[in-house]
Ligand binder design. Sequence first.
Ligand code: GRF
Length: 237
Amino acid sequence: MGSQGAPAQLAGAARGSEVPASNRMGFGAQPRLKMTENRRLGVLISGRGSNLQAIIDAVAAGRLLATIAVVIANTANASGLARARRAGIETMVLAHTAYPSREAYDEALVAELRRRDVWLVCLAGFMRLLSSTFIEAFPNRILNIHPSLLPAFVGLHGQDQAWRYGVKIAGATVHVVTPELDAGPIVLQAVVPVEDADTAETLAARILVEEHRIYPEAIGIVLDGGWRIDGRRFVRS
Ligand code: GRF
């Protein structure tokens, strides 16, 4: 897949967006975003990449109108890289260990994404906290999938946390990434009832099915525009 350099004026700017620079990061009422003509995704992974696969499949099936411009992993061990290669998608390993600081690593990531004219960044099991350097480079244009009904069970192993807590309703959440961990505006959620016979593993497996369903759908919603962030609410109108 192509990796042509992005025109400088597009770097970090939401082509097709009406969000003024002064209001990009705030949670105040923002103007409705128009459908973006740039539907290029950058997917960041650290592991097996089953959510990446769901995105690849949705694009291939025509359910998601988007181009996966690049898949970047922070470790060469990420087995999800093979999924991208099989689908003919450009891959890149950008090892965080090669950079002196989180900011330096994030700057390198941003540069690679901009070089490929990525509009929307999709975290798909990317096991790194993002600095404000990264988040401000893609204002309201970074999504994450989390395996719980946020705001419950933030952080690692959300499914396991839910199972141990004993909730009867678990689920998955796609949200906009903001500086606070797992706390950005919610785009979509899916509910997964917890059965008495569940183990943490069987529950996680059913949550994963829902993750694979809602992540491509949420990406399509964000790319289609016609939404705004009002307070901390992601609102379609
Ligand atoms: C998923 O459970 C996702 O919710 C969480 O990390 C896991 C990644 O799995 N953020 P995969 O690499 O997409 O299979």
